[in-house]
Design a protein around this ligand. Structure first.
Ligand code: HEM
Length: 380
């Protein structure tokens, strides 16, 4: 709101990124995301707009995924995995997702001790689902958590070095998994990627690693924070919790509002401005960069009535949490089903669930881009 008071498009300086424009309204955000001829993810020389010259080659290789690509490469890569994320395929996974959620919920409290929901539930559920979808061994989830932790705590040079080691290990691991699938076949998306490679090579070996890396990262962290943010809000608002517990078929409607209210992805990757352009009355020059603030779009009073109010029955709900345009979240249906299943499994299994500490003691991690509760200690 403070930024929006300065205008729909505001100049600012961002850590690691530098000078950028930020959109603060729903309208300006949608304009940028939908005009992918003017606002591109790559510069003319092909470099990713958000990466800096000093970032190691490894980062560039891993960032070589659909999320950082413009047409036609974006369409080529998204087309390869689109089928696996179609509604039919994801709905077919729902019973399995519910079973995973039920099992995790049942194991949450050992001997009545408090448990951290983020670590023991919200993190493991999406990771388990994406592992199954990709065909990665469940036993390797602990490694992904360690890597995700390295990615989510970039505070000083030591943590940056730690991240580089983590990325290197992760790349080696994923290359190993792809090789295994080449030699032995298998179930899941990794095996399907290998099949695509075999049939004509629409994807390079480096792009395959980057794709799996993207799916692992985009498919787990974000959903983790949607789940923990939703649980936190329900525990703070007993009236809303009662309303939901009365009828779990309301969960999908509620999840839409949690998506808006929690806004797990606060802003998108920087877009590069290809030509001089006027955006909501503000002149941007060719070569400038823009970041769209999804969280601000989600709180824009021009679009959402009383945006600061958590209204689980909100309809219509034009939130921007999954972005829009050609990069609209590939995993949106999966995330929605995961969140609804996670809430129902948790609150049904533990009817007396509550916060183990005062709500004011819950901390958010300082990570640019993703809004996350660091720990959510609960008692049952
Ligand atoms: C793209 C949010 C869950 C996979 C995006 C974008 C957003 C987003 C905002 C667009 C970014 C941009 O335009 O710069 C979220 C949120 C999630 C979630 C809030 C959970 C609550 C998932 C899941 C998956 C996934 C479960 C699946 C594995 C992807 C992929 C892209 C993407 C592959 C890139 C799509 C493209 O470039 O065409 N997501 N996401 N996401 N998301 Fe999600």
């Amino acid at each position: 709101a403070a930024l929006r008071a300065q205008g729909p498009v505001v100049a600012t300086r961002f850590p690691l990124v530098g000078d950028v424009w930020i959109t603060t309204t729903h309208d300006a955000t949608a304009q940028v995301l939908k005009d992918n001829a003017t606002f591109t993810l790559r510069k003319e020389d092909g470099d990713v707009a958000g990466l800096r010259w000093w970032m190691p080659k490894l980062v560039t290789t891993i960032a070589n995924n659909m999320l950082t690509m413009d047409e036609p490469d974006h369409t080529r890569l998204r087309g390869i995995v689109d089928e696996a994320f179609r509604r039919r395929a994801i709905v077919a996974m729902e019973p399995r997702i519910r079973a995973i959620a039920d099992d995790l919920a049942a194991e949450l409290f050992v001997g009545g001790a408090p448990a951290d929901l983020v670590e023991r539930y919200a993190r493991i559920l999406p990771l388990s689902v994406i592992c199954e979808l990709l065909g990665l061994p469940m036993a390797d989830r602990a490694r992904f958590i360690a890597w995700a932790n390295a990615m989510s705590s970039l505070t000083n040079i030591v943590s940056v070095v730690r991240l580089m080691f983590a990325l290197r290990k992760m790349r080696r691991y994923l290359q190993g998994q792809l090789q295994l699938a080449r030699e032995q076949g298998g179930e899941g998306l990794i095996a399907e990627l290998v099949q695509v490679e075999r049939e004509g090579g629409q994807i390079t070996p480096d792009e395959m690693v980057a794709m799996v890396f993207l799916l692992l990262a985009a498919g787990s962290e974000t959903t983790t924070h949607l789940i923990s943010g939703s649980v936190y809000e329900l525990l703070k608002n007993p009236g809303l919790r009662d309303w939901l517990e009365e009828d779990w078929s309301r969960a999908s409607l509620a999840v839409e509002e949690f998506l808006r209210f929690v806004s797990p992805v606060q802003f998108s990757k920087p877009r590069y401005v290809r030509r001089d352009v006027e955006l909501d009355g503000v002149r941007l020059k060719k070569g400038d960069r823009v970041m769209v603030m999804l969280a601000a779009a989600n709180m824009d009073p021009a679009v959402h009535d009383q945006p600061e109010r958590l209204d689980l029955e909100r309809k219509p709900n034009r939130h921007m949490s999954f972005g829009t345009g050609i990069h609209f979240c590939l995993g949106h249906q999966l995330a929605r089903i995961e969140a609804a299943s996670a809430l129902q499994a948790l609150f049904t299994r533990w009817p007396r669930l509550g916060l183990a500490v005062d709500a004011s003691q819950i901390h958010w991690r300082r990570r640019p881009g993703i809004r996350m509760i660091a720990k959510l200690p609960l008692v049952a």
